[in-house]
Ligand binder design. Structure first.
Ligand SMILES: NC(=O)c1ccc[n+]([C@@H]2O[C@H](COP(=O)([O-])OP(=O)(O)OC[C@H]3O[C@@H](n4cnc5c(N)ncnc54)[C@H](OP(=O)(O)O)[C@@H]3O)[C@@H](O)[C@H]2O)c1
Length: 371
């Protein structure tokens, strides 16, 4: 009886492995991952050999966009159109549901190709923007670097801190820019908070950043803009509405991060002694100066900044340029073009993305410990 049961369990396990393995391979062949893996084994990486890499210089950066789903159509392409230092030359889509660039709302001179390979192999493409599902980001980043292309990719880009650091080491000799876009670092009010925080730190002052909001992947990483050191995380409170974390760095930065379920809440305060910068409703950044208050930045999009994402999801509309600017999409793409043109390291590079993933893991663990 025992032997029969263990034989039956063994057969069931093998069947599960075959089924799972089979369906994973069918998916991998279909989305091009299998081909990329085979090439990686047969052809070891030779970073940056396929095209001449730009080391600074004038003129727009020629871009290939990989994936044209919801994010690319409603955010990235509308934002790219506002960045004159980027020029879209090719778009790779997985399925050929739409045969013409015009069908996707693209100019006629943009080449529409099938899959990522055709985009990566073009010699007129200097940089790629990856807008595929997250599971493909790391593989596509490696493929792009192998072919000498700079990479822009939205978060998360990588899945764990350890994998990110391995990728960073692998990419080290390539002399190519990789930007993982933690867009709030480029969003004007948060960019100002970070710059002011760095100035205060340079004066030797302790800094406290108190942030409340729902866009956690972008918001908790703000602490990484103020310190390059390791972070200690503690979950202080949990409730149905979210959680409160304290993040501290060895070199004197303290961040209180109030993760909130409601997308209508967004506040940030940066303090150092008597000095204070406040961002209310994500829409107005002000500074307390002695007895008075000075406005440093105000959202001029006319509508409620924090209401737009919900409407835009519901209607699948395209947000206006004031929104794309305020939320960091346009400045993020512009900073990528600058990094490529000037040959400089982007603010949010692979190492930064690896630190963000490690911080995320620590946040999740501290949440478990608090429960
Ligand atoms: N910053 C933010 O707040 C934010 C928010 C949402 C998303 N994002 C980013 O945007 C990325 C995409 O999200 P999404 O919502 O746009 O997903 P999506 O709607 O599923 O679009 C992904 C697109 O990639 C295409 N694709 C898949 N494999 C490909 C390949 N090998 N070559 C060329 N195209 C390929 C898919 O084609 P098919 O349709 O033919 O399968 C699909 O159209 C996410 O991973 C994330 O990085 C950022």
């Amino acid at each position: 009886m025992k032997a029969r049961l263990s034989r039956w369990l063994g057969n069931a396990r093998s069947m599960l492995v075959y089924l799972l393995g089979g369906s994973l391979w069918v998916r991998a062949v279909r989305d091009g991952t299998a081909g990329a893996l085979l090439r990686a084994v047969l052809k070891p990486p030779r970073n940056g050999r396929r095209v001449a890499v730009r080391r600074g210089g004038e003129g727009s950066v020629r871009v290939g966009l990989i994936g044209f789903g919801r994010q690319a159509a409603s955010i990235l392409w509308p934002a790219m159109r506002q960045v004159s230092s980027l020029r879209l030359v090719a778009v790779g889509v997985r399925r050929e549901r739409v045969a013409t660039p015009a069908g996707l709302g693209l100019p006629d001179d943009v080449a529409l190709t099938r899959g990522h390979e055709a985009v990566l192999n073009r010699t007129d493409v200097e940089a790629v923007i990856i807008a595929t599902p997250t599971s493909l980001h790391e593989m596509l980043t490696r493929e792009a670097l192998r072919r000498g292309k700079h990479v822009f990719c939205e978060v998360p880009g990588i899945v764990t801190g350890a994998r990110g650091l391995r990728l960073a080491r692998w990419a080290e000799g390539a002399d190519l820019r990789v930007q993982y876009d933690f867009r709030f670092h480029h969003a004007p009010p948060y960019g100002q908070l970070l710059r002011r925080g760095r100035d205060w730190r340079a004066e030797g002052r302790p800094v406290v950043l108190d942030v409340e909001g729902s866009e956690r992947l972008h918001l908790y990483t703000l602490v990484l803009g103020l310190s390059e050191g390791p972070c200690r995380v503690q979950c202080e409170e949990r409730s149905a509405n979210g959680a409160k974390y304290t993040i501290e760095t060895d070199d004197g930065v303290r961040m209180i991060y109030r993760e909130h379920r409601s997308p209508r809440v967004e506040k940030a305060h940066l303090r150092s002694g008597e000095r204070l910068l406040s961002l209310e409703s994500g829409s107005e950044l002000s500074e307390v100066r002695g007895e008075g208050v000075a406005t440093l930045w105000r959202y001029d999009g006319g509508d409620d900044l924090l209401k737009l994402p919900e409407d835009f999801r519901a209607e699948n509309g395209i947000p206006g340029s004031a929104y794309l600017h305020a939320r960091g999409f346009i400045p993020g793409l512009r900073s990528f073009a600058d990094a490529v043109q000037r040959g400089e390291r982007p603010a949010c590079d692979i190492v930064f993305a690896a630190r963000a993933q490690t911080l995320y893991r620590d946040l999740v663990r501290s949440r478990w410990r608090a429960s």
